[in-house]
Design a protein around this ligand. Structure first.
Ligand code: NI
Length: 136
């Protein structure tokens, strides 16, 4: 019996989308307003979903408290109220697009989830724009 347990979380962060090796014109062309040199913010929402077998002894797949703690340590503590470009080492050389952010978060959380369980993360950059990654 496979079930999926999900937890919602959120963080606020600023970012700028650009490439250092491109001219301002080319960055504007590709990234538009997201290339604002003074950065801009988003209220990011995420859904972390873990899939696997129910433990017959506890009736749990995963203790939701453990999932809450993992999200706090790996996402909220590291990303909330941060400037992703300046404060988060993973984005020193990597554009903090929703696509790249969800992969970075997935890699951090994956290390803390038992290997026999599957992990899927959906990151909302706006209520209408969201990206999903499941490690494939
Ligand atoms: Ni943005």
């Amino acid at each position: 019996m496979k079930v999926t347990v999900s937890r919602k979380a959120h963080f606020n962060a600023a970012h700028r989308l650009y490439r250092k090796d491109w001219s301002m014109e080319k960055n504007d062309q590709v990234f538009g307003k997201c290339n604002n040199p003074n950065f801009h913010g988003h209220n990011y929402e995420l859904i972390v979903s873990v899939t696997g077998q129910i433990n017959p002894e506890t009736g749990y797949l995963i203790d939701i408290k453990d999932l809450v703690d993992i999200i706090y340590e790996e996402v909220e503590l590291k990303f909330d109220h941060k400037n992703l470009n300046l404060d988060v080492p993973e984005f020193q050389e990597l554009n903090p697009t929703a696509e790249n952010i969800v992969v970075v978060i997935w890699n951090k959380i994956r290390k803390k989830i038992p290997s026999e369980m599957d992990l899927e993360i959906t990151l909302y950059e706006t209520p209408r724009n969201f990206v999903t990654y499941k490690g494939e």
